[in-house]
Design a protein around this ligand. Structure first.
Ligand code: MN
Length: 203
């Protein structure tokens, strides 16, 4: 059965960009709910309880029909949030450099142009969802968005960076201003984790 992964930093660590209360509610309440609902969906199906999140997401069609939707939504919810929380770090503790930074500049022209494209994907996602920087096995980068708790995994793409654009990720501090949330979120991107994911995407 799945359990709540601990945050790799304190709730307060991303202030002032992501506020403490949002971090607490987002992690301890929203993510916990995805974990609980995933376990509830699998409760009567012990044969799938040792599948990884990735397997549950990618091999969804092999599951009994009545649990396909709850598993898709909640395994996606757990997987995406684990990546999101792990993909942030206190401002100034990591920097835009290395193989991934080089590939980003090569693909998008500059760090600023890259951020503008990712922001446009984040703002363009109607309703709830995620904006992503993803890589294929050759290291080619793409910016995409997904609705709800959908992931890029079934498209054979590896997540490098992701920003949660569900309102629960920003409403307490930024209300309806998704653009302000995005502009602040960029300060807490964990570039070390992103670099590691990029290296692994090509292995
Ligand atoms: Mn969320």
């Amino acid at each position: 059965m799945f359990s709540l992964e601990k945050l790799p930093y304190d709730y307060i660590a991303l202030e002032p960009y992501i506020d403490t209360q949002t971090m607490y509610i987002h992690h301890d309440k929203h993510l916990q709910t995805y974990v609980d609902n995933l376990n509830a969906a699998l409760k009567d199906y012990p044969q799938y309880q040792d599948w990884s999140l990735k397997e549950l997401i990618c091999k969804q069609k092999n599951l009994p029909e009545q649990i396909q939707t709850p598993v898709k939504n909640n395994a996606g919810g757990v997987y995406n949030h684990n990546l999101y929380f792990e993909g942030m770090a206190p401002a100034g503790t990591t920097s835009f450099s290395g193989t991934l930074a080089d590939a980003i500049v090569k693909t998008y022209g500059s760090y600023e142009d890259f951020l503008a494209k990712l922001k446009s994907a984040a703002l363009g996602q109607f309703g709830s969802g995620w904006a992503w920087l993803v890589s294929d096995r050759k290291g080619h980068l793409q910016i995409i968005s997904t609705p709800n708790q959908d992931t890029p995994l079934p498209m054979n793409l590896t997540p490098i960076l992701l920003v949660d654009v569900w309102e629960h990720a920003y409403y307490l501090k930024y209300q309806n201003m998704r653009a302000s949330y995005f502009d602040n979120w960029v300060n807490v991107i964990n570039w070390d984790v992103a670099e590691k994911r990029y290296q692994e995407s090509m292995q």
